[in-house]
Design a protein around this ligand. Structure first.
Ligand code: FAD
Length: 431
């Protein structure tokens, strides 16, 4: 008979919601703890920003979501659906890239339709997760319900779904301490208006940097986008009058100059770091069994289970660069079945060896430690592996084709216009 466990899920973002659904479907008793007063996590846009725009002051009040007002999804809605719950557009047109409001609506309906909303305890920040001393498998979850009170609850298992797009990583720029301008991280970017008539340097050409530099260029005097590469030559972007592409920053100086490796320099007002985020589990007490080292969370078997603490502790949503919502769903189906005793994990030693092999493979391939959880270009291998654990068929060929075709299309038409030009069925008329 399948086992039923009492499980705590930390966070009611996409990962927490789909985890709760899969655990409940498998007969587990689930409580979701959410520190804010609403579900959706990243997708709950918050116009407020933190007191330290760079996000480094340890005493700041942390705002969770990093969404900017103009954000449209970077994946089409079919690649943000669950396997049995499509993210349909109200007028029936399936492929486009909606604004963030629609994603939040989709998630709210998902939670309602599967009876997840009633499993969530809102305004319940988890401040400590640790082993119960007298019980082999138990976990104590300590909650801060309000400023004055806290409470402890005991669970058989804990699934961590707290997201990893909140704690900023900033670029290291020689001379920055004497540079007189302002600095900000994209975590605290919402709207372009404060940048009116300013000269802005945006660091990072990931999706946020590419979106935000164009958003700001609508009002700024000049925007200079600095990429990671050292050999990019300074050039105009999108034929826009006030947007330039540059190489990496070489240094900044006390007279306000930002000097790029391409030899150009600019007297800038603001540097905006679109340089990514750090994994952070401030509540997790494992006596050093699970650590974050240079953005590697580990050791984690297949990015989900810490071998020594499995199956009672697991993580959903750690890897990136894939079909994210579907990966969350597959990870949580696996966790649910492992907790039910229907699927067995390898021994602790075998799992540790697998993690070590993975890390060794990265090292040999010259992939830096901080990219441990980046799946690309082997994302489909990972997804199919997860599906196989729970007896599901591999990710559908048409979904895979859509995903790879999108990659190619963005490369062909450029980031600024792919969302408006993309029409999978006319681009791939055989699909
Ligand atoms: P989150 O959405 O971050 O949710 C975590 C939840 O945990 C939050 O509600 C938080 O309040 C709660 N929490 C955290 N700590 C605690 C605690 N101690 N106690 C209780 N609750 C806690 N993905 C896509 O598929 N398509 C896109 O187009 C896309 N665009 C993106 C754009 C931006 C700017 C960013 C930052 C991300 C984007 N992503 C996109 C990735 C996105 O993060 C995922 O889609 C998804 O939202 C991650 O869900 P999550 O549940 O893992 O984390």
């Amino acid at each position: 008979m399948a086992e039923s466990r009492k499980v705590a899920v930390i966070g009611a973002g996409v990962a927490g919601l789909v985890t709760a659904r899969e655990l409940q479907r498998s007969g587990h008793k689930v409580t979701v703890f959410e520190k804010s007063n609403q579900l959706g996590g990243t997708w709950a846009y918050n116009p407020k920003i933190e007191t330290d725009p760079l996000g480094l002051d340890p005493n700041r009040e942390i705002i969770h979501s990093s969404l900017y007002k103009s954000l449209r999804t970077n994946l089409p809605r079919q690649l943000m659906s669950f396997s049995d719950y499509p993210f349909n557009n109200e007028n029936g047109k399936l492929i486009n890239f909606p604004g963030h409001e629609e994603v939040l609506k989709f998630l709210t309906e998902f939670a309602k339709d599967f009876g997840i909303t009633e499993l969530i305890r809102f305004n319940s920040e988890v401040v400590r997760v640790g082993r119960v001393e007298y019980e082999e498998d138990g976990w104590v979850v300590e909650l801060k319900s309000d400023e004055l009170s806290s409470e402890e609850k005991v669970f058989d298992s804990v699934v961590i779904c707290n997201g990893h797009y909140t704690i900023p990583k900033v670029a290291n720029i020689p001379g920055i301490n004497n540079w007189p301008g302002k600095q900000m991280h994209s975590h605290n970017y919402r709207v372009p208006e404060p940048f009116k008539d300013q000269i802005v340097v945006v660091i990072g050409d990931g999706p946020s940097g590419l979106d935000i530099s164009r958003d700001i260029a609508t009002v700024a005097k000049q925007v200079h986008l600095s990429t990671r590469s050292s050999d990019t030559e300074v050039s105009k972007l999108d034929n826009s009058a006030n947007l330039w592409n540059h190489s990496k920053i070489d240094r900044a100086n006390e007279s306000g100059e930002v000097i790029f490796l391409d030899g150009s320099s600019i007297h800038a007002d603001i540097i905006l770091h679109c340089t990514g985020y750090k994994y952070d589990f401030p509540f997790l007490e494992t006596n050093g069994i699970v650590c974050v080292d240079d953005n590697r969370v580990g050791p984690l078997y297949k990015h989900v289970f810490p071998p020594k603490l499995s199956p009672c502790l697991s993580f959903v949503g750690i890897p990136y660069q894939t079909i994210i919502f579907l990966m969350f769903e597959l990870q949580t189906k696996w966790i649910a079945q492992v907790l039910s005793g229907k699927v067995l994990l390898p021994s602790e030693e075998e799992m540790l060896t697998d993690v070590e092999d993975h890390n060794m493979h990265l090292e040999v391939a010259g992939i830096p430690k901080h990219h441990t959880h980046r799946l690309h270009p082997r994302e489909m291998e990972y997804m199919d592996w997860l599906a196989a654990q729970v007896g599901m068929p591999p990710v559908g060929a048409s979904l895979k084709e859509m995903y790879w075709s999108l990659y190619k299309f963005v490369g062909e038409v450029g980031f600024s216009s792919y969302r408006d030009l993309w029409d999978f069925y006319s681009i791939n008329s055989d699909a």
